[in-house]
Write a protein that binds this ligand. Structure first.
Ligand code: NAD
Length: 496
């Protein structure tokens, strides 16, 4: 079958004018699709389309109707979920098992959640304790055009997270997925139109960050910039997007997974593995630093290596494969450099899985790797590797565990493994991170806000907190029938 041709989706239609590029799969280098790249002018056109749709239709569309369209979109994608899973795998290199059983169903569930949940209300009544006889209404109003910029690692889920809450809150959206992985976001925009979303309410522009992203975040008609990506780019975006508008930044991490001596070691080993090797470590919340109590270190590492040996490398499209490809050549190169430099500086390679003979030719792969004694000053110890590399650190007591966990500029997520729930909770509450799992890892809920402390970001996405960030409030002060308190106030200046 001839690969499909995509382009930016603006005002309800693909705009095929411009430079066409091939999208190649990190699985084996095959051509997956053709995409026409946008330009800064196209980004501006998309913002205009979004602003027009906001004023003309979406800001006047009742919340119940917005919900209905999101639910309809979830149904349409559900009916095509296998196609989405295959496309996401081909574009990102994720295993088909992961896209089929995690990324796509979770995205559909999150779309339905925003369509179904009654937690978000567009207004609430209040009483004014100072003024009996009056009432107040607080309205949660949309901001206008949301410009959303997304990374390459979870394109479908990220498109859902950027689009569904923003639309539910009554905003219109211009989404810029990573130019490496734009395909499922574009399919979602097409399906949103099929679900009845009016033209211009959701636009997707495809292009490079420094060109199209830059133009988008600096467009003064944009009311909210919602960025997800690396901390380095996030800092740049924060400066450029500054002005009288909202901004949320979901950035990188260096998350600790802390295993205490009283943890269920087998379960913890599985959780640690899942925490770092899912999607070959290319997840912002990947538990890349294993902190383990010295008393159980050897036992835990032995278990982890045992499970690493059992991992099945192969073609990610084979349902038996456990190892995802690395999505971009730049990322693979970065991982190699960081690990090689750490090893040169004294890190001990505990285990590196031999995958070379099993993975498809022409693809991008990096073996699941376990490193001990990583010198603390190295880049591998301090910076996000964003690959299948777990580093090991040892602690003696709770206090030391917390100190090591917090000894990072990042604060996105953490895991705590202990059968003593009071202790686990105490430790979790001492960790500077936006999400802390206790005896779990990576499980995401649309009902819960996600975001980072410190250099991992500003603001929250998902949950009620994330939704409210996409709104502004209006207070209506209503006097339904007199009341003498205001008379008292008026009498300060009004003489009858
Ligand atoms: P990146 O920062 O390179 O790019 C992210 C997005 O920003 C892309 O769409 C890119 O085209 C765009 N961009 C780049 N330069 C830009 C500029 N000057 N102006 C405007 N836009 C620009 O990140 P990436 O390599 O695509 O993704 C990996 C990073 O994303 C990792 O650091 C990871 O931790 C982070 N991430 C964070 C979360 C979270 O929720 N906190 C989730 C997923 C990924």
């Amino acid at each position: 079958m001839e690969p499909k041709k995509y382009a930016s989706f603006i005002g309800g239609a693909y705009d095929y004018e411009g430079e066409e590029r091939g999208v190649y799969s990190p699985i084996d280098g095959r051509l997956v699709a053709h995409v026409v790249m946008a330009t800064p002018e196209k980004a501006d056109r998309a913002v205009d389309a979004a602003q027009d749709a906001f004023k003309r239709v979406w800001s006047k569309t009742p919340l119940s109707e917005r919900r209905r369209i999101l639910l309809r979109l979830a149904e349409i994608i559900q009916a095509r979920s296998d196609e989405y899973a295959l496309l996401e795998s081909l574009n990102t290199g994720k295993t088909l098992r992961q896209t089929t059983f995690m990324d796509v169903p979770l995205g559909i569930e999150h779309l339905s959640y925003f369509g179904r949940s009654l937690e978000f209300k567009d207004s609430r009544e209040i009483v004014h304790p100072e003024y009996p006889g009056t009432k107040g209404v607080v309205q949660y109003l949309p901001l206008g055009v949301v410009a959303a910029v997304a990374p390459w690692n979870v394109p479908f889920l990220m498109a859902v997270w950027k689009v569904a809450p923003a639309l539910l809150a009554g905003n219109t959206v211009v989404l810029k997925p990573s130019h490496f992985t734009p395909l499922t976001a574009l399919e979602l925009a097409e399906d949103a139109k099929r679900a009845g979303l009016p033209d211009g309410v959701l636009n997707v522009v495809v292009g490079e960050g420094r060109v199209v992203g830059d133009a988008l975040i600096q467009n003064t008609k944009v009311a909210h910039v919602s960025f997800t990506g690396s901390t380095k780019t996030g800092l740049d975006v924060a400066k450029k997007a500054a002005g009288l508008r909202r901004i949320t930044l979901e950035l990188g991490g260096k998350s600790p997974n802390i295993v205490f001596e009283d943890a269920d070691i087998d379960r913890a080993a599985k959780g640690v593995l899942f925490g770092i090797y899912l999607n070959s470590g290319q997840l912002c919340e990947s538990g890349s630093r294993l902190l383990v109590h010295s008393a159980v270190k050897q036992r835990l590492l032995a278990k982890i290596v045992e499970y690493m040996r059992r991992m099945n490398p192969g073609n990610p499209l084979d349902m038996e494969t456990d190892v995802s490809a690395i999505t971009t050549a730049e990322q693979k190169n970065k991982i190699e450099l960081m690990v090689d430099s750490a090893v040169t500086q004294g890190a001990r390679l505990v285990y590196s899985k031999d995958i070379t003979k099993s993975v498809p030719e022409g693809g991008l792969y990096y073996p699941p790797t376990l490193l001990d004694n990583v010198p603390p000053h190295t880049e591998a110890a301090r910076e996000e590797i964003f690959g299948p590399v777990l580093t090991v650190l040892e602690f003696e007591d709770e206090e030391e565990a917390v100190a090591i966990a917090n000894d990072t500029e990042y604060g996105l997520a953490a895991g705590v493994w202990s059968q003593d729930i009071d202790k686990a909770r105490r430790v979790a509450e001492a960790i500077e991170a936006g999400t802390v799992w206790i005896n779990e890892y990576h499980l995401l809920s649309a009902a819960a806000p996600r975001g980072g402390f410190k250099k991992s970001g500003i603001g929250r996405e998902l949950g009620l907190e994330g939704l409210l960030e996409l709104t502004q409030t209006r207070h209506l002060f209503i006097n339904q029938g007199g009341g003498d308190l205001s008379e008292v106030a008026y009498s300060l200046v009004v003489r009858e």
